[in-house]
Design a protein around this ligand. Structure first.
Ligand code: TYC
Length: 103
């Protein structure tokens, strides 16, 4: 590290050592069959949205074809996808979602 001028050493160590981890967005896809109410409940249950946020996200997906439910570390994002797919399968709905690297 460069000579300590009162802060630069810490900043340089961070720059070379601890890149922030790649984050992943969980993207939910629209379909013609999954009830709107089911999607709202899923967004509340697995993505910690309140009812108003969940409704907004669901409508965005419905209108645009897809939408971001949240951004997480890779493992957490993969778990969210698993939870959604399991709940959809169990309820008999074709709801799909995927996780993808941000950027
Ligand atoms: N398009 C569905 C309907 O009209 C609602 C829906 C919204 C489905 C979002 C999936 O990810 C989804 N019942």
């Amino acid at each position: 590290p460069a000579q300590d001028d009162g802060g630069s050493v810490v900043l340089e160590r961070r720059a070379q050592k601890t890149k922030p981890p790649q984050m992943y967005q969980v993207v939910m896809l629209n379909d013609d069959y999954t009830p709107m109410e089911f999607v709202i409940v899923v967004l509340q249950e697995f993505f910690s949205k309140d009812r108003e946020q969940a409704t907004q996200i669901m409508l965005k997906i419905h209108l645009d074809g897809k939408g971001v439910c949240g951004v997480y570390s890779r493992d957490v994002a993969a778990t969210k996808v698993d939870q959604v797919l399991e709940a959809a399968l169990k309820a008999g709905h074709p709801l799909q979602c995927v996780s993808e690297p941000v950027e």
